[in-house]
Design a protein around this ligand. Structure first.
Ligand code: PGA
Length: 244
């Protein structure tokens, strides 16, 4: 794992955006895996700015998002569909037919999981997967204890994840209990992974990721087994972490 140190969140966002812009310009038909949450927001803002100022095009870019809440229609303002359209897709020239998120309101969720996995494979796999990490080490919504062999699946959200995400809802009772998420094996099949880690609240998780064992009790640790992972982390996330 290559670790790039950023001074702060803004710097992290700038480095991450530049990293992705370079990938998109090198391969305009790139298949990107995308993430929601607070961490990638600054990166998305910069991708939009770059698109407006310098015209980097998304016409031939295909995207697959990591996850979606179960029971939410795409129109639900708290859905990850809405998050992605509000914070990126509506503001660049991507074609909606190239945008993919799991359908959390599918009648047959098991079939939806299989179909999502097949769609990713059908696209030739993900070239670059953007990831955040939960303070409990989750990647996507794969909570501690998730099998490293897991593919796209329906999961129960950990109480700490629901608490962390309540800030987007206003009331924790509105945060769903379940989500569809790419599995750990799905994420690991990506050719390349870019993990963003920011802030003191991720400090302990960052330490476990870098210094700890590779173990299903800490999902992000699996990234140590991938041959092409770049981590961009800011000083607060890296404080006291011994880099090997
Ligand atoms: P955050 O979430 O970016 O909002 O901290 C990361 C995650 O839970 O994967």
């Amino acid at each position: 794992m290559r670790i790039i140190q950023a001074n702060d969140y803004d710097h992290l966002s700038e480095l991450a955006a530049n990293y992705l812009i370079d990938k998109i310009q090198t391969n305009p038909a790139i298949v990107l895996g995308l993430a929601t949450g607070g961490t990638p927001l600054g990166t998305y803002k910069r991708l939009i700015k770059d698109h407006e100022l310098y015209g980097t095009t998304y016409k031939n870019v295909t995207t697959y998002n990591l996850d979606e809440y179960v029971g939410f229609l795409p129109e639900n303002p708290n859905s990850y569909h809405a998050f992605m359209y509000d914070n990126l897709f509506e503001k660049v020239d991507i074609s909606t037919e190239n945008v993919h998120l799991p359908n959390g309101s599918a009648v047959d969720l098991v079939e939806e999981c299989k179909d999502y996995e097949a769609r990713i494979e059908g696209a030739g796999g993900i070239d670059v997967q953007l990831l955040g990490m939960g303070s409990n080490g989750h990647i996507g919504f794969n909570e501690p204890g998730t099998s490293f062999q897991s593919t796209t699946q329906i999961v129960e959200l950990a109480p700490s994840t629901r608490e962390a995400n309540a800030r987007f809802f206003g009331d924790i009772r509105e945060v769903p209990n379940q989500a569809i998420t790419m599995g750990i094996a799905t994420i690991m099949k990506s050719k390349e992974i870019l993990l963003l880690v920011s802030g003191e609240s991720k400090n302990e998780a960052m330490r476990k990721l870098v210094e700890g064992e590779v173990d299903e009790s800490f999902p992000a640790s699996v990234l140590n087994n991938h041959s092409h992972v770049t981590i961009i982390a800011d000083k607060k996330a890296l404080s006291g972490v011994t880099l090997r």
